[in-house]
Design a protein around this ligand. Structure first.
Ligand code: 5GP
Ligand code: ZN
Length: 112
């Protein structure tokens, strides 16, 4: 079995609060939310980080972003939301399987 947490969620061997799934992408709520709504958009294939993406991944990355925006609307984030990709240890990445954080709701997020 894979020792990658998100590969295990994709395979269904680790439970998650799933929002969406298709052939290539899965989305589920973050286990440690930092906002009232906080979910992750994750490719089913194992890609360690954004730094490991090439032009071959452009369609997948675009799909992940448009899907994230659609799910944010469906989750009621009509006032807006934040989109974040942590990349590498220097970027604060903890799970080395590419994912986009989408979060918002409640108070206005601090300016970055
Ligand atoms: P990173 O810091 O790598 O960008 O974000 C990893 C995120 O994955 C964190 O926000 C963390 O809370 C979340 N996470 C870690 N393990 C699990 C898990 O087993 N299930 C879910 N749903 N989220 C997880
Ligand atoms: Zn993985």
């Amino acid at each position: 079995m894979s020792d990658c947490i998100f590969c295990r969620i994709v395979a269904g061997s680790l439970p998650s609060k799933k929002l969406y799934e298709d052939d290539g992408v899965i989305a589920f709520h973050d286990i440690r939310p930092i906002a009232p709504v906080h979910f992750l958009v994750v490719p089913k294939t194992h890609i360690a980080s954004l730094s490991d993406c090439s032009t071959d991944h452009e369609a997948l990355l675009g799909r992940m972003l448009t899907l994230g925006a659609r799910l944010a609307r469906e989750q009621g984030l009509h006032a807006g939301f934040r989109t974040m990709i942590n990349t590498g240890k220097g970027g604060g990445q903890e799970v080395f399987h590419l994912h986009i954080h989408i979060f918002g709701g409640g108070t206005t997020l601090p300016k970055v």
